[in-house]
Ligand binder design. Structure first.
Ligand SMILES: C[S@@+](CC[C@H](N)C(=O)[O-])C[C@H]1O[C@@H](n2cnc3c(N)ncnc32)[C@H](O)[C@@H]1O
Length: 425
């Protein structure tokens, strides 16, 4: 058993004092282009990449979310592959890790925006689109829905695919900003109260313009940062949309893997699919894929017989907590348990596709199940070991209060993150 208090060292034995990164700017370059729940902070990705991989390596993030690991890999001269089942995550990752030189591509953003503004003046925006969501006008004012529809049509006319995707990300951010969602609530699903809703009159075009220029500034800074590296060859970035339990990669393909997986079933922890649903609907990325994202999210396939398999799970920590809980609330155990079996499968899959000697770094938040706290560091170590990995080290990060915007549907928040380092031996 390692001494967890003194475990804060790197491979070379050099001490790392601080994993909290309190007060650090976590939205520099393209990291700030779009929100994403439980985003890994770039400082952690950066440090892990530097310590556990070398230049020109290929790094895999099997749960890439909005692409933090891929952006940092690029900046640190590593190739990267990202994977996620959420189509919005795949789009965000692509855009955040693709440097776009607007000037060289002869694309003038001011002209593009003026074209939209002129279009608003000359077109009658009276019909909200019918094919986005059945309850569209629950989530958006009618005038907002009409304007969003017009903007999206203009984006879809853009010929260059990278620019089009960049504008789709700006559009997605705008969808959040101008929707009726109560942004003060930590639960995405709630809309503003009726009295507030009657006063809520967002200027859709102004919001879209501001988001465009803010994102453009971040993209230009990203491009300049890459230029400064003076690379002969830009590292490769690939993104796939698969279930992390079964990835389309060869055995022993990757030099390193760094990720932050979900820390529980979406229903009771963070609902990535639910959080993304408005953007996914507008961008029509839901040709079956959002259903797939919801169905294939870790822990989604609930099966009543699972309780009988509790003892088979190679995690004493999980068994102890769920065994006690089963005495009073078996339903909750039925909901929670499949996640852990799925989580184990992802360790087995990553073990298969990384090279011998490669490191696998897992950043995971603690969780509560019916007021019982579950130490996800211990769970992660137990499941990683069961899949064949050797546990090398664990670091801990206190999440600063202001960075915990998320409450789960049961009202719980994550306040500690563990950074668990494994090696394939
Ligand atoms: C903690 S988030 C990753 C955040 C990411 N590190 C970032 O910085 O934005 C976990 C991700 O796992 C994804 N996910 C959940 N189940 C999955 C599965 N079975 N296969 C692949 N991705 C999955 C979710 O869609 C979500 O984007």
């Amino acid at each position: 058993m390692k001494n967890r208090k003194t475990a804060q060292t790197t491979l070379s034995g050099k001490k790392i004092e601080d994993w909290d990164f309190a007060g650090a700017d976590t939205s520099y370059l393209t990291h700030g282009i779009h929100k994403y729940p439980a985003r890994m902070i770039p400082q952690i990705a950066n440090r892990l990449i530097k310590v556990y991989s070398k230049e020109d390596d290929t790094i895999l993030d099997p749960f890439c979310g909005s692409g933090t690991v891929l952006v940092e890999s690029l900046l640190l001269r590593r190739n990267s592959v990202g994977n996620d089942i959420n189509p919005l995550a795949v789009l965000l990752t692509k855009v955040k890790s693709t440097p776009i030189e607007f000037r060289k591509l002869n694309f003038n953003m001011t002209d593009f925006l003026s074209g939209i503004n002129d279009g608003f003046k000359t077109n009658k925006l009276i019909e909200p689109p019918k094919d986005i969501l059945p309850n569209l006008l629950h989530w958006f004012r009618e005038d907002v829905a009409c304007r969003l529809d017009f903007i999206l049509n203009e984006i879809n006319k853009v010929k260059n695919d990278d620019i089009k995707d960049f504008l789709k990300v700006v559009f997605s951010k705008t969808v959040f900003d101008v929707s009726n969602i109560d942004h003060r609530s930590s639960r995405f699903i709630r809309i503003l109260q009726p009295d507030e809703l009657s006063k809520f009159k967002p200027n859709t075009f102004a919001v879209f313009s501001k988001n465009t220029f803010d994102s453009l500034k971040m993209m230009n800074e990203f491009v300049r940062e890459i230029e400064k590296l003076g690379l002969k060859r830009i590292p490769t970035v690939r993104i796939t949309k698969n279930d992390a339990r079964k990835l389309p990669f060869k055995d022993n393909e990757f030099d390193c893997s760094i990720t932050s997986p979900p820390y529980g079933e979406e229903k009771n922890t963070i609902g990535y699919a639910r959080w993304s649903k408005l953007s996914v609907a507008w961008l029509k990325m839901n040709h079956g894929s959002m259903n797939k994202a919801e169905k294939n999210a870790l822990g989604s396939m609930v099966n009543k017989d699972v309780v009988g398999r509790l003892k088979e799970l190679p995690s004493k920590t999980t068994i102890n907590v769920l065994y006690e809980l089963a005495k009073t609330d078996e339903e909750r155990v039925i909901d929670a348990l499949p996640f852990f079996f799925d989580y184990l499968k992802t360790f087995e899959e990553v073990y298969r596709i990384v090279k011998d000697g490669a490191y696998y770094c897992v950043v995971v938040g603690d969780r509560m199940i019916r007021k019982r706290s579950l130490d996800m560091e211990k769970v992660t170590v137990e499941l990683g070991n069961a899949a064949g990995f050797r546990h090398v080290n664990s670091f801990f990060r206190k999440i600063p209060m202001k960075m915990i915007p998320w409450k789960t549907p049961t009202g719980e928040t994550i306040s500690r993150e563990s950074i668990v380092i494994f090696q394939k031996v």
